[in-house]
Design a protein. Structure first.
Length: 237
């Protein structure tokens, strides 16, 4: 029996066991994006990247070539006992299980709890104009995630700042606005939150396949980012 394809809207709740991820898809293309110059491990020059909510991007690698539709994604992740609330762009391919973060940030906001999104007080206490948040693993830091078509399998799993033995870089908050995000769901859902404008630069540790899915891919090989600017969404209760 054929099932109707539904675009679900649910916050991912990550346990210490297996994460249960579902992707939020906005009704219309909104003004959220991640723009930066990146120098990966196989290029001599920096390349300009513009990932915008609602865009479709063409990805070709050793295993597959297809369009990836960029949707919004929020999830809570436990990294070495520290909770990070992730926000960013994810790709969705119909009839394919391969979805995941294309680019985004995970913030170790104090007070995060499993099964809950941040409260208004937590968001306003963490995000404010003029604040600089260092890249890395630890309280009140930010973890940058990125997938680029490098390596094999290409574009399958994200590289992350926390993979670096010595993380570097920072994110600077420029502007914060109230925003209401509407999602395609059954029933339809609307979340209030903050639309945050920032600039950033730093390094992301390249992902290397591990013998265990629970193993951390530590490395000293970095993908370098510069001249980054982003507008992202943080929902609150």
């Amino acid at each position: 029996m054929k099932q109707i394809i539904r675009l679900l809207s649910v916050l991912c709740i990550v346990s210490c066991q297996k994460p249960d991820v579902e992707v939020r898809v906005t009704q219309e293309k909104a003004d959220f994006y991640f723009r930066f110059e990146v120098k990966d491990t196989v290029s001599e020059d920096y390349q300009y990247v513009d990932y915008t909510l609602g865009d479709s991007i063409w990805i070709s690698d050793h295993r597959d070539s297809s369009y990836h539709y960029l949707t919004w994604r929020n999830e809570l992740e436990d990294i070495n006992g520290i909770y990070y609330f992730q926000t960013g762009l994810s790709d969705m391919r119909f009839y394919s299980p391969h979805t995941g973060s294309v680019f985004g940030f995970g913030f170790s906001i104090p007070g995060l709890e499993p099964g809950k999104i941040p409260t208004l007080e937590m968001v306003e206490g963490f995000f404010y104009p003029g604040r600089s948040i260092p890249f890395g693993l630890g309280p009140e830091k930010v973890n940058a995630l990125l997938r680029l078509p490098i390596g094999n399998p290409a574009f399958l799993l994200a590289s992350q700042t926390v993979f670096l033995y010595e993380p570097y870089g920072e994110l600077n908050i420029k502007k914060i606005e109230e925003y209401t995000m509407q999602y395609r769901s059954l029933p339809e859902e609307v979340l209030r939150g903050k639309r945050i404008t920032c600039v950033f630069e730093g390094g992301i540790g390249i992902y290397k396949p591990q013998p265990s899915v629970d193993a951390v891919s530590y490395t000293d090989v970095a993908i370098d980012l510069r001249n980054g600017k982003a507008v992202f969404f943080i929902p609150y209760e």
